[in-house]
Design a protein around this ligand. Structure first.
Ligand SMILES: [Zn+2]
Length: 259
């Protein structure tokens, strides 16, 4: 029996929270963002030398971290300390599409999500994932340009995780901080996971400055399959995996760090 993930149209039937008023992604209307003035800076620290797993869960590629020695705090997160759990990517069928968030209606070619959980208040990722302040996700918009050398450490493993359920170990050092843009300016708003169960537990932090990846790197992502190897030809290509934007509603969108 081959199963592929259901697409967003069907999520609200199985996951009632996907109908909520705090859903993600959203279009960032830059004129509607309120300034956060002299808020304390966002701070992060990541460990480089530990073993990571790169997996294909059937709807993206994902790098699972063991979280040792990682910390994210400050900015909209205040003094709570968040730990890196995993990071993954969204992309589109063609260049210029594929980001989940859009900026003034514009799509980008992809979006990295670094998912962190609140270790100051909760005991596990699972517990935090159900709480309104449980998760913090750093979003990085991707645009086509030069090859991203840090991301390449993952991209070159993608042929080994072509099918759903595939998993490889990465023992090469990798610095998640190198996935982030040089400029720390960002938008932030309260939102949700963008995949089922779409839990409304995420403080979103979307960097304003996109980072470059090559067209070849994006093309290799599209070669992943959303089905198991046993599905043969039915193991469909994972050409795109972005949820469409949802209304911001009366949530506050805040701007940290100017233009
Ligand atoms: Zn994501």
């Amino acid at each position: 029996m081959c199963s592929v993930i259901d697409w967003p149209e069907t999520w609200t039937e199985k996951f009632p929270e996907a109908r909520g008023a705090r859903q993600s992604p959203v279009d960032i209307d830059t004129t509607a963002a309120s300034s956060s003035g002299s808020a304390p800076p966002l701070e992060w620290r990541y460990s480089v030398n530990h073993t990571r797993s790169v997996v294909n869960p059937g709807y993206c590629w994902r790098v699972d971290e063991n979280g040792y020695d990682s910390e994210l705090r400050g900015g909209p997160l205040g003094t709570d300390v968040y730990k890196l759990q995993q990071w993954h990517c969204h992309w589109g069928a063609v260049d210029g599409q594929g980001s989940e968030h859009t900026v003034d209606g514009r799509s980008f070619s992809g979006e990295l999500h670094l998912v962190h959980w609140n270790t100051s208040k909760y005991n596990s990722f699972t517990e935090a994932a159900g709480q309104y302040d449980g998760l913090a996700v750093l979003g990085v918009l991707l645009m086509v340009g030069k090859k991203h050398t840090e991301l390449e450490k993952v991209v070159r493993l993608l042929p080994f995780i072509r099918h759903k359920g595939d998993k490889v170990t990465m023992s090469d050092p990798l610095d998640p901080a190198r996935l982030l843009p040089a400029r720390a300016a960002y938008w932030t708003y309260p939102g949700s996971l963008t995949t089922p169960p779409c839990t409304e537990s995420v403080t979103w932090i979307l960097f304003k400055e996109p980072v470059e990846v090559s067209a070849e790197q994006l093309a290799l992502m599209r070669k992943l399959r959303c089905g198991e190897a046993s599905c043969g030809e039915e193991a469909m290509e994972l050409l795109h995996n972005s949820r469409p934007t949802l209304p911001l509603g009366n949530r506050e969108l805040r701007d940290y760090g100017g233009n």
